[in-house]
Design a protein around this ligand. Structure first.
Ligand code: NAD
Length: 348
């Protein structure tokens, strides 16, 4: 497999494969661009079907981190790690220690923390063996509530733009994926007055818990959640949620969610735009998680106030992208990409 020939390669600075036969640890680290500073990006622990699927995922995810850092005003580049989960090799302390060893080989050019499949407990274990972890329990902690809060602020900007009011009361929502981010988002929407809420998850336990705590939610099948006739669709599961094929079935007015890499590719953003649906670029909406963890790397040290202020600013950034998209008559994802590229490309 020639990595640089993959469509996801996009001039990555570093792609490294690790394979520890003793613990069964296998996966990739990728650094997309470090013009703005050392790369940051969570680690995903996921049961990939193949090595190629894992590689393509890490490339897409690390590239998105470069764009996310640029528009969040974080002095960092984009990176990511993926671990190929295998039930034969459980995520033991020894397994995680082997992963910490891999991170240490990069000598601080890559900092990592939680993503799908990696918990606060795992970060605690990894931190004992590596100084290059972010999102420590006694400092920034779990990024997911902050990722959800950023999505919530982005939604406010999108609601205001489409309906003239940022109120959640009286609006309808569909949330795909009720994990760390999706569940927090549901809580925020509910607290803000949203009641007409459809949800979907592949995990029955999660659905039972959700129904117990939010009896008014309507559970629908994962395959149909994106087709609900709602004001806002929030993809909060895995990536590649929106494709040329399924965009024609969308019946929402706004797409704004926490999942990374929601669009299969750029053309999908254009198709959504042509259908007059407002798409908030995923890496802007979910950047609260990044903001929370990189606060630990600030010169002045971790500051909760800095995190709160910067997460609130996501609403302004979203508004700016929406306004520019209207002015330039280009889809918001294209506008956001151009803005981010201007920031990270000129900084060298
Ligand atoms: P998670 O694993 O806690 O939750 C994902 C949820 O989606 C799970 O409940 C899972 O059962 C469900 N799911 C998976 N496939 C599904 C499908 N096909 N249909 C319906 N539900 C499905 O992960 P998370 O941390 O909440 O992350 C969710 C997304 O948000 C990911 O794309 C992640 O990269 C992104 N993100 C996470 C953070 C963070 O801080 N955790 C920050 C920014 C972005």
């Amino acid at each position: 497999m020639e990595i640089s020939k993959l469509p996801e390669f996009d001039n990555h600075e570093l792609v490294s494969y690790f394979n520890d036969s003793e613990t069964g640890l296998r996966g990739f680290v990728a650094i997309h661009n470090s013009n703005l500073g050392p790369a940051v990006g969570g680690t995903r622990y996921f049961n990939y079907k193949s090595k190629e699927e894992a590689l393509r995922d890490v490339l897409r995810l690390s590239e998105a981190m470069t764009y996310k850092c640029a528009l969040a005003g974080a002095p960092h580049g984009g990176g990511k790690a993926v671990i190929m989960a295998n039930p034969k090799f459980p995520k033991t302390t020894k397994f995680l220690n082997a992963f910490a060893g891999q991170i240490n080989l990069l000598k601080g050019s890559f900092y990592t923390g939680e993503d799908v499949g990696i918990t606060q407990q795992d970060v605690n274990i990894l931190s004992k063996k590596s100084p290059f972890l972010i999102g420590h329990q006694n400092l920034a902690g779990d990024p997911s509530p902050w990722a959800a809060l950023g999505v919530f602020y982005s939604m406010q900007a999108a609601l205001k733009s489409v309906f003239g009011s940022d109120k959640f009361y009286g609006r309808s929502f569909a949330i795909k994926g009720l994990g760390k981010v999706g569940y927090h988002l549901l809580e925020l929407i509910y607290k803000a007055g949203g009641r007409d809420i459809f949800v979907a998850d592949i995990d029955k336990t999660v659905l039972r818990k959700t129904k117990r705590c939010f009896s008014m939610v309507k559970i629908v099948a994962p395959a149909t959640i994106y087709k609900q006739k709602v004001d806002v669709y929030a993809p909060c599961a895995m990536g590649i949620d929106l494709t040329e094929n399924n965009v024609k079935d969308l019946k929402c007015k706004i797409i704004c969610g926490g999942a990374n890499n929601q669009l299969a590719h750029n053309k999908v953003g254009d198709s959504i735009y042509r259908r007059r649906i407002l798409y908030v670029p995923d890496y802007i909406a979910n950047s609260g998680g990044l903001i929370n963890v990189v606060s630990e790397l600030r010169k002045g040290g971790f500051s909760r106030k800095w995190v709160i202020d910067k997460t609130k600013a996501i609403r302004r950034t979203t508004q700016k992208i929406i306004n520019l998209s209207k002015k330039l008559k280009k889809s918001p994802d294209i506008v956001a990409d151009l803005m981010a590229e201007r920031i990270f490309q000129k900084s060298r």
